[in-house]
Design a protein around this ligand. Structure first.
Ligand code: NAD
Length: 307
């Protein structure tokens, strides 16, 4: 009998986000092989050793500190390298710093891997996912940004708190930029099909706490990593298990409600091939106008980056 083909995820950038994602993937036994790559090789080495020592409590996963040739057989390459947001710094301020780092990484990854899926987490994630798509030359469906999946999780959590409902049973989406111009789709937010009934003031509070959550956490402890790690794990599960899960990830809009040539968070069907399709959610004229404004802002930043 032939052994089943091992599944492999490579993580480039094993700082707070990358290492926590590796640990989450390990605990959930998502893959048989986990490769950790970081410019600071000692960090990747230390993380690999530390996690290997947990294997007697978890199960069989091969984890090692590797290098770009190890991306060759990866089903998914997660990119979490780069500089983290500083207190008070907007995500867009990070752009110039991280664009150069990611271009270099994509060149190295694609020298060894042609058929995997790139999953980008580095901020500003929509703009950098767009850059990775351009730089890789891969079809857009195989270059995915974590997008507004984390924001939507924060949104669902806060709505769940207000309604005293398990957030897993709250259906609600944040779309657009993962950042200041993101858009809450209140018109389709529901529990078991019932529209979420909350006062204007409550809605405003919930959205503002959702939008500003990263600033709050960074102020308190310097970085955010647990929830993003779970979000990245969720996307990996959808890909590896060919789930066709509906997740608001960052993808290329190509004529979506008149929006084109920009990556932004939209509810997508995610399966083994990556983003199979974008769901055309109903939205009010006001929500659509906000989404278009978010897309225009992202497009401006892309132009600034490419200038
Ligand atoms: P961190 O500083 O802890 O880790 C970054 C790691 O990248 C470091 O270990 C560093 O050595 C490594 N690195 C830098 N340049 C590299 C290169 N050229 N090649 C390989 N590795 C390199 O930062 P963090 O807190 O882990 O955050 C990482 C990124 O994730 C940031 O851009 C942050 O804003 C972003 N982030 C995104 C989301 C999201 O929802 N998309 C959520 C949280 C954080």
């Amino acid at each position: 009998m032939t052994e089943p083909k091992p599944s492999r995820i490579a993580i480039v950038g094993t700082g707070m986000v990358g290492a926590t994602t590796a640990y989450t993937l390990l605990l959930r036994q998502r893959v048989t092989e986990l490769v950790l790559i970081d410019a600071n090789r000692d960090k990747a080495l230390g993380d690999a050793l530390d996690m290997n020592h947990g294997l007697p409590f978890v199960g069989q996963t091969k984890i090692w500190a590797g290098d770009y040739p190890d991306c060759a057989d990866a089903d998914i390459v997660i990119i979490a390298a780069g500089a983290a947001q500083k207190p008070g710094e907007t995500r867009l301020d990070l752009l110039k710093r991280n664009a150069g780092i990611l271009e270099d990484i994509i060149e190295r990854v694609t020298a060894h891997n042609r058929n995997g899926i790139l999953l980008v987490a580095t901020n500003p994630v929509d703009i950098l996912a767009y850059l990775c798509w351009k730089k890789s030359g891969w079809p857009a469906r195989r270059v995915i940004g974590s997008g507004t999946l984390l924001d939507s999780a924060r949104f669902r959590y806060l709505i769940g708190q207000a309604l005293r409902i398990d957030p897993r049973h709250v259906h609600a989406h944040i779309v657009g930029e993962h950042g200041d111009s993101e858009v809450p789709l209140w018109s389709t937010a529901n529990v078991a099909g019932k529209t979420v009934e909350l006062s204007e003031a409550e809605r405003r509070r919930i959205f503002e706490q959702t939008r500003d959550a990263a600033y709050e956490i960074i102020r308190a402890k310097g970085a955010t990593y647990y929830a993003i790690a779970l979000a990245l794990d969720r996307i990996c599960a959808a890909i590896l298990r060919d789930e066709a899960a509906v997740l608001p990830v960052s993808t290329l809009a190509d004529g979506y409600r008149g929006i084109s040539d920009v990556y932004l968070g939209l509810p997508c069907v995610v399966d083994r091939t990556g983003v199979r399709e974008i769901i055309d959610l109903p939205m009010t004229a006001e929500e659509e106008a906000l989404l278009k404004a978010s897309a225009a802002k992202l497009r401006e930043r892309i132009d600034e980056m490419l200038a």
